[in-house]
Design a protein around this ligand. Structure first.
Ligand code: CUV
Length: 635
């Protein structure tokens, strides 16, 4: 029996067209890859040196140690923490770019950027304990950038990173400090993971995993600073109505898809596109320029500007198969290298922009913050040129898109709650959790994976949790799934929410001027914006005087795939949050590491991984966890 590939109707429409055109997609390559390597799936394949590769026989008949003597526990632990290091590197490098851009703005060096949200920058300064009295905004920006960059430079092992220290509850910081897992320097912690996992280094699985947890917390630090400084530079999201799925691509527009993660480029592309709209019309596009988003760059511009989202991870190639994307502009992460080849089957210009992220066959525009406007103009001009070569006979835009209300973060959630209680905005939320109208909160995050029919686990779990009155937040490709499937609408709340959740969402939404309930799932942004959800949780915990591991709060990555998801999941556990994975983590070849992550973590940190591939069962298990937490709080 072949597995169903996707539950996204527009993806299902385009797959036969791709086949007819002879274009292979991620699903074709997944099929061709079967059966996949069992050693790799268990995490027991070691490729760390050239005496290898070695692999441990999971059935116990063959080798139980690699050539150097490393056993399955050591190999699995080394492999998984290297994944964490890679994830943390990706997120924190993104964060560093944003911090350096803020510094450049403070120094007046970057004409393409400004501080669009001064209030946010002041709030960030206050959070970091930076005195702003009598300082102008440039001086504040400089001080915030300096404090942020210290998180990449500090050499004092006993002084935790500034952002993590400013973000978590006091109790959580103490608990992490006691385990020696608070990062002092993002770069150093990532380097330490690479160093300790070399051949002939750390072989103790417990010690390795603790090092990995520190790396994951460095990832968290990088995310917090990336989110908050992006808000200062580009604006803090507030609720906006937009749309999602491939139907947002317009037949009579120059369609530019922005794809990747970092908003530094896409923000400028959006701005320049507005200025060059007339040129597109002159070229024959009567609807001008239409920017659409893919993956987390898409989420970034969606929550800030209401730019529609065309696709999440698995359907990025299909955006090109519509034949109507004139340029796909990519920055970093989650970009399938196949896009340049598929773009070449059409008229599409696939444009890479980052020096460290090139794809053979793509056009490269060397993006620099200093020349951002000029780079963006070149990109938009390239798209307009490509549009002139578009073959209308090969255009197939699926007629599927869903409305989505997006743009929720701490500020907008607290803002909406403040319309109910201006003095004490969190009180209505806490009251409704305490009285059980809201049983708990679930954060959905993470990717799509070919191991799951696209979006299906997200949607199945959300419907079940909603019916059981769980308030849901989402980021990343999870948010993309919900947006595409119409779960970020008021109608979804009316249709799927349990009665008490519906009443609460309606009271908040109506009082906040939405003319009806809040959407069923609140879109909190991109992957780095998982930090927004943590901020909400920390605010609630602080108000209750408890720590995060006592809250009826769970996280889920039902379709996780990226190393970044490994890092995020691990810090989620470290923060005390029970964290569900709906795809099999590559650690089960070591009983010890599996036990550490799914059981011992609970004693050490309060959070732990819960693996369940069946989404309906996973929802049940999360509901049980929520009830257990409620019991602990006596509510
Ligand atoms: Ni950062 S990391 S597939 S785009 S969420 Fe989407 Fe989100 Fe995973 Fe990538």
């Amino acid at each position: 029996m072949t597995m169903k590939l996707t539950t996204d109707p527009s993806a299902a429409t385009l797959l036969p067209i791709a086949k007819k055109e002879g274009i292979s997609t991620v699903w074709d390559r997944h099929r061709a890859m079967q059966p996949q390597c069992g050693f790799g799936q268990l995490g027991v394949c070691c490729r760390i040196c050239w005496k290898g590769p070695c692999r441990i026989d999971p059935f116990g008949d063959g080798p139980q140690r690699g050539i150097c003597g490393a056993d399955a526990d050591t190999i699995v632990a080394r492999n998984v923490i290297r994944m964490i290091a890679a994830g943390a590197a990706g997120h924190s490098e993104h964060g560093r770019h944003v911090a350096l851009a803020l510094q450049g703005v403070a120094e007046g060096r970057l004409p393409a950027y400004q501080i669009r949200d001064e209030a946010k920058l002041r709030a960030v300064a206050a959070k970091l304990d930076i005195c702003t009295e009598g300082q102008d905004i440039a001086a504040i920006a400089a001080a915030v950038a300096k404090a942020t960059l210290e998180d990449f430079q500090n050499q004092d092992h006993d002084a935790p990173c500034n952002w993590i220290e400013a973000t978590l509850t006091k109790k959580r910081l103490e608990r992490l400090q006691a385990l020696h897992v608070l990062p002092h320097n993002i770069d150093a912690v990532i380097t330490q993971i690479m160093g300790r996992t070399l051949v002939g280094c750390d072989a103790d699985p417990v010690n390795l995993i603790l090092g990995g947890i520190k790396g994951a917390l460095a990832d968290f630090d990088g995310m917090c600073l990336a989110t908050e400084l992006s808000d200062a530079l580009f604006g803090t999201p507030s609720p906006v109505i937009t749309a999602a799925n491939l139907g947002v691509i317009k037949p009579d527009a120059v369609n530019i898809a922005v794809h990747g993660h970092n908003p530094l480029l896409s923000e400028v592309v959006c701005e320049v596109a507005g200025q060059m709209d007339e040129e597109a019309r002159k070229a024959g596009a009567k609807d001008g320029i239409n920017i659409v988003g893919i993956c987390c760059t898409g989420n970034e511009v969606m929550v800030r500007h209401g730019i529609p989202l065309a696709a999440n991870y698995l359907s990025q190639e299909l955006a090109l198969v519509t034949g109507a994307v004139d340029a796909m502009v990519v920055d970093v992460q989650c970009i399938m290298p196949s896009v340049s080849e598929i773009g070449a089957c059409f008229h599409t210009a696939v444009i890479t922009t980052m020096a460290e992220n090139k794809i053979p066959g793509a056009t490269h525009v060397d993006f620099k913050e200093e020349t951002a406007l000029e780079n963006a103009r070149r990109i938009v001009a390239t798209a307009i040129e490509a549009y002139k070569r578009r073959d209308p006979r090969r255009v197939n835009i699926p007629d599927f898109k869903q409305t989505a209300i997006v743009g929720f973060g701490v500020e907008s959630v607290v803002g909406a709650l403040a319309t109910l209680n201006a003095e004490d905005p969190l009180q209505p939320l806490i009251e409704n959790i305490a009285n059980g109208n809201i049983r708990g909160i679930a954060l959905f995050a993470g990717c799509n994976s070919t191991q799951v029919a696209q979006d299906s686990s997200f949607v199945t779990m959300a419907k079940k949790l909603a019916a059981n009155n769980v308030l849901m937040l989402a980021t990343g490709c999870g948010a993309g799934s919900f947006a595409k499937h119409g779960l970020m609408t008021q109608e979804a709340t009316l249709e799927y929410a349990g009665d008490s959740l519906k009443a609460v969402l309606t009271a908040i939404g109506t009082s906040a001027g939405l003319n009806g309930p809040l959407p069923l799932v609140l879109h909190m942004g991109s992957c780095v914006d998982n930090s927004r959800a943590v901020q909400v949780a920390v605010a609630v915990a602080d108000k209750l005087g408890v720590d995060l591991d006592q809250l009826p709060l769970v996280a889920s990555a039902p379709e996780a795939m990226s190393e970044k998801a490994v890092a995020i999941g691990t810090w989620s556990v470290a923060l005390g949050i029970p964290t569900h994975l709906g795809t099999m983590p590559q650690v089960t070849g070591s009983a010890k590491v599996t036990e550490l992550l799914t059981q011992t973590a609970k004693d050490l940190l309060g959070g732990y991984f819960l693996v369940e591939l069946d989404p309906a069962l996973a929802a049940d298990k999360l509901l049980e966890v929520i009830e257990e937490r409620r019991k602990g709080l006596g509510i």
